[in-house]
Design a protein around this ligand. Structure first.
Ligand code: ATP
Ligand code: MG
Length: 566
């Protein structure tokens, strides 16, 4: 587990911001700061991407620069417009201001091609006939040097001719590549004549069939950064070994050269973050879609009820550093609760209803109780909650034979109904099977509003809903999608799918909600008193109300921290 910055440490610059601040001070980039967030449109964004978004857009905001949203769309096979659209929506939602339009790496294909030609002319690139398999064999290993390709010493003229014919579509997929001529004995395998272009007769989601050669990531990425005048090209640690190649290409071309900086990616307990695995969960139906509220995707978290403020604050709290670590999911929930507590109106909802009849309350009568919408927010005001003779209480708030420390309702016992009256349970009604189906209680009219004039106390305050005013709802309760802290830790022969939690979703139908929520819209956030934070689902309608449980009220992170301090 990682150590978390406290608020004071947050004031100190992280190492990336320190580099930017130093560059501003020295005038290295003439006072410019240009960053970019470069997703490949081959999946939906997840909470790990949020860390990168907040870092890149955050730096641009703080230093008066700009941050580009640039699609790294150089691989035609896995990319789709659906992903482009979802990424734009999610980046905007996370506060990424990227001007009026996103940029696309594919817009630079011609420029990249021209630069490749210029490398060939400098004798620094060649067309190679080795197959993918042969290229692997020639590359060598960490301990052995590679071998030169038989094509390595082709003449510049021949290379220019072959490369042009590759582009013209004369050769089948995989039959040739363009490679950088660097050093087959280089200690860094990435520098052993890496492939720059491969032949792929495939439709691209933006360029159609204009191209049948496509640039490799390492070749394309630095060029995209260079074209856009990026100053700080911030990426995750696994690209550290690729930096020499990033630098080599830009130096060999003698073009504008940004600085690549690597930081540690975000890992979270009970979560997989690989796009390939998330795609598999979606495609194979383990979840209902990319926005399934159990998914760590930005749209999944949003549908679950996360606010962008909570996610941004989480990114701030975890900070940025150079060491890979795994963050406890409870910390994300802690940041979430913190924001929801301040912003979510409180309402009453009964998930598993138990019918209660107030025997001494007049038949047919009802009245309206004043309820505070959010004690944390004085501007949130109050609302009316209807009270009547028949109510619902939470099943688990009653015990016929109360155990020790159970202070809620029981036969002969008096409790407070929130914002309403004291009630006392006099009778338990059961069906033929012995199940409790109804409680018969009396109320004390003197206790209206929740206080007894004689000063007598009760040990519990329960939430409730008036039966004849209640709205029916479906409530979906969630748990982690995986039951292992590290879902990728698997036994021999198993996959991460074997670590899925079979109980990650519980659908509770027949819940009873106070009428205030009648017109609720998708993604409205609520606190159901005493239960947790909830959010109106995107499939919810007036005919069928559906709520997602966002997070419970108990702060497990605070508890973990207390234990650590002991
Ligand atoms: P892949 O390359 O396997 O498709 P990716 O997660 O690297 O997946 P990209 O679309 O390339 O996806 O990521 C866009 C940006 O987000 C990159 O700069 C990448 O470094 C960053 N990023 C991705 N995952 C994380 C993470 N877990 N934590 C922080 N940044 C991340
Ligand atoms: Mg990537």
């Amino acid at each position: 587990m990682t150590e978390i910055n406290d608020t004071n440490q947050n004031e100190r610059l992280d190492f990336v911001r320190q580099i930017v601040a130093d560059d501003m001070a020295s005038g290295k980039w003439d006072g410019r700061v240009v960053t970019r967030f470069p997703p490949e449109p081959n999946g939906y964004l997840h909470i790990g991407h949020a860390k990168s978004i907040r870092l890149n857009f955050g730096i641009a905001e703080e230093f008066g620069g700009k941050c580009n949203l640039r699609f790294d769309d150089t691989n035609p096979c896995k990319e789709e417009q659906e992903y482009v659209d979802s990424i734009i929506e999610d980046v905007r939602w996370l506060g990424g201001g990227f001007g009026d339009k996103p940029l696309f790496g594919s817009d630079y294909f011609q420029q990249m091609y021209d630069w490749a030609v210029s490398l060939i002319k400098k004798g620094k690139a060649y067309v190679c006939d080795l197959t993918a398999e042969e290229t692997r064999q020639y590359r060598g290993t960490l301990t052995e040097p590679g071998k030169d390709s038989p094509c390595r010493n082709r003449s510049i003229e021949e290379n220019l001719d072959l490369f042009e014919r590759m582009k013209a579509g004369e050769f089948p997929d995989g039959s040739k590549t363009l490679k950088a001529k660097i050093d087959m004995a280089h200690p860094n395998i990435n520098m052993r004549d890496p492939v720059m272009y491969r032949i792929l007769h495939a439709e691209h989601h933006r360029t159609g069939d204009n191209w049948c050669i496509y640039p490799m990531y390492d070749w394309a990425h630095g060029l995209e950064d260079s074209v856009e005048g990026i100053t700080h090209s911030i990426c995750t640690l696994e690209f550290e070994n690729h930096r020499p190649l990033y630098d080599w290409f830009l130096d060999a071309l003698e073009i504008y050269h940004p600085q690549q900086i690597e930081f540690a990616r975000l890992n979270l307990t009970y979560t997989v973050m690989s796009k390939r695995k998330l795609l598999q969960l979606v495609k194979e139906g383990y979840v209902s879609g990319w926005d399934d509220p159990r998914m760590p995707t930005v749209c999944g978290l949003r549908r679950r009820g996360f606010s962008s403020e909570a996610i941004c604050n989480f990114c701030k709290v975890i900070g940025v550093n150079k060491f890979n670590s795994t963050i406890d999911f409870a910390l994300l929930e802690h940041c979430l609760r913190d924001h929801l507590n301040k912003t979510s109106p409180r309402v009453m909802a009964v998930l598993k209803p138990l019918k209660v009849v107030i025997t001494n309350y007049p038949e047919g009568q009802s009245e309206e109780m004043d309820a505070i919408n959010n004690p944390e927010d004085p501007n949130a005001g109050t609302r009316k909650v209807p009270f009547s003779k028949v109510l619902y209480l939470e099943e688990e708030d009653f015990m016929e034979e109360p155990v020790k420390k159970f202070f809620r309702l029981a036969p002969g016992r008096e409790v407070r109904l929130r914002y309403a009256y004291f009630i006392t349970c006099n009778e338990v009604v059961k069906n033929d099977r012995g199940n409790i189906v109804e409680l018969r209680c009396t109320y004390d009219p003197e206790t209206r509003g929740g206080d007894a004039p004689d000063g007598r106390k009760v040990k519990a305050t329960l939430h409730w809903v008036s039966a004849k005013h209640a709205l029916d709802a479906e409530v979906r309760l969630y748990d982690h999608l995986f039951n292992k802290e590290n879902p990728d830790e698997v036994d021999e022969g198993n996959t991460f799918l074997d670590n899925m939690n079979p109980n990650s979703l519980e659908v509770v139908t027949n819940c009873k909600i106070e009428p205030f929520l009648r017109g609720t819209k998708a993604l409205d956030r609520w606190q159901f008193e005493r239960i947790g934070y909830f959010c109106t689902d995107t499939d919810s309608s007036v005919e069928k109300l559906i709520f997602n449980k966002t997070v419970g009220l108990k702060d497990t992170w605070a508890k973990i921290q207390k234990q650590q301090q002991k």
